[in-house]
Design a protein around this ligand. Structure first.
Ligand code: IPD
Ligand code: CA
Ligand code: CA
Length: 265
């Protein structure tokens, strides 16, 4: 038996509230970021973290698990529990941590829910710009209380394509994509927060998105937002996408095909 529509709606409402509360909490750390001790995650000089990431994730986990104790949880900082639950929350407490710690405003809180194996709720909160991007399967996608629609352009030349990249992947993958995009008259944007970039695709600010490898907590909220805003994505959860990540490609149906062709370049 699948989750009732009422049960999904309750989770959607809570996800919006918790993302906003978590983003407000993260903002208090951001405003005093000089006091944070910056750590580097093992084996990767570019992968920063601080107590802000951990404490924001603790807040999100505790609020969601108090309301729905039988749901599962997968967070970037604290890992997973009850992964086989019918509803699995997938959370990045701060996406764009390097930006956050260096005083750039491009970071966000990302909360997604996978229900019966299907990405079903996506919420991304950017407190610096007072923007809450939210979507629930079958209910459309919203920026605060305004409906969102993906960019309607037919060619990559008609807009800017969001890209993101991490040291997890050989540089030639993104370099080849950027070369091919520029060769056909496109343009790229990289903000440092993959999740916030995907929200901008849902809002129609960017025409599409590509990252060669994202983790599930970076990807799933934006995937739901874009699908509910009329766009399409690759099957991110294919294979072991939930536990090991995957490439992410987003756009309207025509743009998605063009991004896929360039990614295969
Ligand atoms: C990273 C950012 C970056 C993306 C990476 C992510 P973090 O997340 O979203 O833009 O390219 O794939 O790992 O470390 O800031 O949470
Ligand atoms: Ca992230
Ligand atoms: Ca993060």
């Amino acid at each position: 038996m699948s989750l009732t529509s009422e049960a999904l709606t309750q989770r959607y409402q809570l996800a919006c509230e918790v993302a906003q509360a978590a983003a407000d909490f993260a903002l208090t750390f951001y405003q005093q970021r000089q006091q944070l001790v910056v750590e580097r995650k093992a084996g990767n000089m570019q992968d920063l973290v601080s107590r802000a990431d951990r404490e924001v994730e603790d807040l999100i986990r505790s609020r969601l698990q108090t309301a729905f104790p039988d749901d599962g949880f997968l967070g970037e900082e604290g890992g997973g529990s009850q992964a086989s639950a019918r509803c699995l929350w997938v959370v990045d407490p701060i996406d764009g941590t390097s930006c956050f710690l260096n005083g750039l405003h491009t970071w966000c809180v990302a909360i997604a829910a996978v229900v019966d194996g299907e990405p079903s709720i996506g919420v991304i909160c950017d407190p610096n710009h007072r923007e809450l991007f939210h979507a629930c399967k079958g209910k459309g996608a919203w920026l605060n209380d305004v409906p969102m629609q993906v960019h309607q352009g037919a060619s990559l030349q008609e807009g800017m394509t969001g890209i993101s990249n991490s040291p997890r992947i050989a540089p030639r993958r993104i370099a080849g994509f950027v070369q091919a995009l520029l060769d056909q008259g496109g343009m790229f944007v990289r903000s440092g927060s993959g999740a916030l970039t995907t929200a901008y695709v849902a809002a129609g600010r960017l025409i599409g998105f590509y990252e060669p490898h994202m983790n599930a907590w970076d990807a799933l909220a934006g995937l739901v937002l874009v699908r509910e805003a009329g766009g399409v994505s690759n099957d991110f959860l294919a294979g072991d996408g939930l536990s090991s990540g995957n490439a992410l490609m987003l756009g309207n149906p025509a743009i998605y095909q063009q991004i896929k062709a360039l990614a295969d370049h």
